[in-house]
Design a protein. Structure first.
Length: 483
């Protein structure tokens, strides 16, 4: 466990992810338009109201109506990052009037570029533990390209960013617990900052934030630094800065620090759903949990069968005492989030692929793969490849119509039918008819055929995999375990 990952390996893994994340871009749904409308309002009009953008090309029902003005009802983390980036480039670009150009540019810069960092982070943890470059690469790619992280890293939602911030915070303290990295004030501050960013990007991830805070506290206690000046104050200062921003934003826009935009959404379906239980969360339902996980319409284990290998491998991983705290934390994050959202009436999230709300927990499955038996490697690689191609179909196509398909399954109680396999009955035919989402090939070169649009990022990725292979023939250098 004393082998440092090569910086060039980390760069290659990052570029492979960026090639896919940046090539396919989602557009046009209410969630995306609500967030991007806020970005344009902040930068172009210097205000938080989206009065100029809630209809037309940026039309959305994901909006709050207060005192005669419209506001985005979404957590503002992704929009804040987008506004910062757009604000920096705005003096050079001016107002970007083309809807598709604006969506592509902001999605790549604010979502795809940062989310692609998830792969080298996962690769870094994996190689330091396994000292196996190809296994570590497979783990990183299976999580980042073989799960719903892939399609949502190409959409201006908050889910992919929340996956990045959640696992980044986790990995910071994995380094302390497993690889003896120093517990510094800077690390503690960054850990708190990431926890805060996680919550303001997607409010329900507060569940994950609490579990991660428990793990971080355990690691600090284990290192006899729980009450040291390098931990407690910097950690809560990092999180506190973000909390103050959240409370200030809510006060300015919604009139109270503890009120969110969902309280002012007047769209009938949303209003009815969020009025139930606590902010839409009711008692967990076993049938909904089945639909979220196993059922082929939206179940994460059908869409990403590589996750089944991860679950099976957990039995070997939990036996390793060195990984006990990490396995417990990852398991708690996954189970708590799945159970919590099984109590949400609109658990699938409208015209959305997979159970989009649980994208944030998907990177945590990588912990279970660190001790995957060698005899399972071939099934792991095979299911990882299948998962990738299924996610490639989802990333290359639009999601309209999936809401209705899911509602029909819910109404039948989750019974299987020929229409249950929406990935193959809706998205694949759409792909084969060249009904694609926005792609760089189409936007820049006018390429319309699905096979060329898929071939371009695949070929580029294969070139970088070849470079990865060539570099691997050189002897690995030893280095520090610290990160």
């Amino acid at each position: 466990m004393n082998v440092s990952p090569r910086k060039i390996d980390l760069f290659i893994v990052y570029i492979i992810l960026l090639v896919f994340y940046g090539y396919f871009v989602k557009q046009g749904d209410w969630n995306i338009n609500s967030r991007l409308g806020l970005v344009k309002a902040v930068v172009e009009e210097h205000r938080l109201t989206i009065d100029s953008y809630h209809t037309g090309e940026f039309g959305t029902e994901d909006k709050a109506f207060i005192d005669g003005h419209y506001y985005s009802d979404k957590a503002f983390g992704a929009s804040a990052l987008g506004a910062i980036i757009y604000g920096v480039i705005h003096p050079f670009t001016g107002n970007i009037t083309s809807y598709s150009s604006f969506v592509i540019l902001m999605t790549i810069l604010a979502i795809s570029l940062p989310t692609a960092l998830l792969a080298p982070i996962i690769y870094g943890v994996s190689i330091r533990y396994t000292r196996d470059r190809w296994l570590s690469l497979a783990i990183a790619l299976s999580v980042c390209l073989g799960t719903a992280v892939f399609p949502y890293a190409s959409a201006f939602y908050g889910h992919a960013l929340s996956a990045l911030t959640a696992f980044s915070a986790f990995s910071l303290w994995i380094s302390v617990n497993l690889f003896n990295a120093k517990l510094t004030a800077a690390r503690s501050f960054l850990g708190g900052l990431l926890i805060g960013l996680l919550v303001i990007t997607e409010y329900p991830t507060a569940i994950i934030a609490l579990i991660l805070t428990g793990y971080i506290g355990y690691v600090a206690w284990k290192k006899n630094m729980l009450f040291s000046r390098n931990f407690l104050i910097p950690f809560f200062a990092g999180g506190g800065i973000i909390l103050v921003l959240l409370l200030t934003y809510n006060k300015m826009v919604f009139g109270s620090p503890f009120t969110t935009g969902y309280s002012f959404n007047r769209f009938e379906t949303f209003e009815e759903a969020f009025s139930r239980g606590y902010m839409g969360f009711e008692w967990p339902r076993a049938n909904t949990l089945f639909l979220m996980t196993i059922h082929p319409t939206q179940g994460i284990f059908f869409q990403s069968p590589v996750l089944l290998i991860a679950l099976a491998s957990a039995f070997w991983t939990i036996k390793k005492k060195i990984l006990k705290a990490e396995v417990i934390t990852a398991s708690a994050v996954i189970m708590a989030f799945l159970i919590a959202f099984s109590g949400v009436r609109l658990w699938w999230g409208g015209d959305a692929f997979s159970t989009r709300y649980v994208v944030a927990i998907l990177p945590f499955f990588m912990i279970f793969l660190l001790e995957i038996p060698k005899t399972w490697r071939l099934p792991f690689y095979s299911l990882g490849t299948l998962s990738f191609f299924q996610m490639l179909i989802a990333s290359a196509t639009t999601f309209n119509g999936l809401d209705l398909a899911t509602k029909k399954i819910v109404e039948t109680g989750g019974l299987f039918s020929s229409q249950s396999f929406s990935l193959y009955t809706i998205l694949l035919p759409r792909l084969l008819k060249n009904k694609l989402t926005l792609t760089l090939g189409n936007h820049l070169l006018g390429i319309e055929s699905w096979y060329f649009n898929l071939a371009i990022p695949v070929i580029i990725a294969l070139v970088f995999l070849m470079i990865f292979y060539i570099i691997g023939r050189q002897p690995l250098t030893s280095g520090s375990n610290q990160a």
